[in-house]
Design a protein around this ligand. Structure first.
Ligand code: NDP
Length: 245
């Protein structure tokens, strides 16, 4: 694994971290960034990574683990210039049966997790005077979802968080943007019943789910030099489900 990673200081490709990059949307983002020539670290609780990428163990629900993962990436690859904050979980249930624990766990991973990662990433980015923060939210943040009050709240929180960072960090040439996928075929949606999947795609004009690569293409663009003047944006990749809202 380490043998295929280009050495630090090679000055050919920036260092990117994709949280939850070992599968699904995160893995597609990691592949797209690698294809764009970036040096990519993928982080998850298991720490596994596709060939050619650095795999690090990271639990976004734990600040120490976040710090340790960044320190490891900095030692192996150099300072992180691109962060794709993608790690996320669901614990769906209707409000009547939603425990405080289920609400808290989802917010702690999806929203506070993004805060922990962005906070650790921001100081080195400020020193570098450049950086890209890309947050993976969800269409559910805008349109809601029955049984997803915890998830929707966490994903909507990301929008205000990212837009505040967009204002705070722009003077240091660090952009902060949000990508809001609609229903995308991954482990997360494979776990749904056929009826739930049909319900999800019913509002999509094309009537189908998207692929992880559809999201990754936008993420790679937002990370690219051409996207330097896009800041504080909320961009859907949802086949028209939200009609841009
Ligand atoms: P998956 O369930 O396939 O993957 C989730 C990823 O997050 C895994 O890599 C998992 O790794 C990682 N993860 C979960 N908890 C933690 C944690 N505490 N610390 C570190 N990593 C963690 O999900 P998707 O690929 O479908 O989703 C990716 C993102 O996109 C999520 O934020 C999701 O909410 C969002 N999204 C997905 C949509 C979809 O339709 N699929 C639609 C809209 C948004 P591991 O378990 O190994 O730690």
């Amino acid at each position: 694994m380490a043998a295929t990673i280009r050495p630090m200081g090679a000055n050919e490709g920036r260092v990117a971290l994709v949280t939850g990059g070992n599968r699904g949307i995160g893995a597609a983002c990691a592949a797209a960034l690698t294809a764009a020539g970036e040096r990519v670290a993928v982080a998850s609780r298991g720490g596994t990574a596709p060939a050619g990428m650095l795999g690090v163990r990271l639990d976004v629900a734990n600040s120490e683990s976040v710090d340790k993962a960044f320190t490891e990436i900095e030692a192996e690859l150099g300072p992180v210039e691109i962060v794709v904050s993608n790690a996320g979980i669901v614990r769906d249930t209707l409000l009547a049966t939603m425990s405080e624990d289920a609400f808290q766990e989802v917010v702690d991973t999806n929203l506070l997790g993004a805060y922990r990662v962005a906070k650790r990433a921001s100081r080195p980015m400020m020193r570098l005077r450049r950086g890209r923060l890309i947050f993976i939210s969800s269409v559910v943040a805008s349109v809601g979802g029955p049984g997803q009050s915890n998830y929707a709240a966490s994903k909507a929180g990301l929008i205000g968080f990212a837009r505040s960072l967009a204002r705070e960090l722009a003077p240091r040439n660090i952009t902060s943007n949000v990508v809001a996928p609609g229903p995308i075929r991954t482990d997360m949606t494979d776990a749904l019943t056929e009826a739930q999947r049909e319900q999800l795609t019913a509002g999509v004009p094309g009537g189908r789910m998207g692929e992880a690569e559809d999201v990754a293409a936008l993420v790679a663009f937002l990370a690219s030099p051409q996207a330097g003047y896009i800041n504080g944006a909320l961009i859907p990749v949802d086949g028209g489900l939200s009609m841009g809202h």
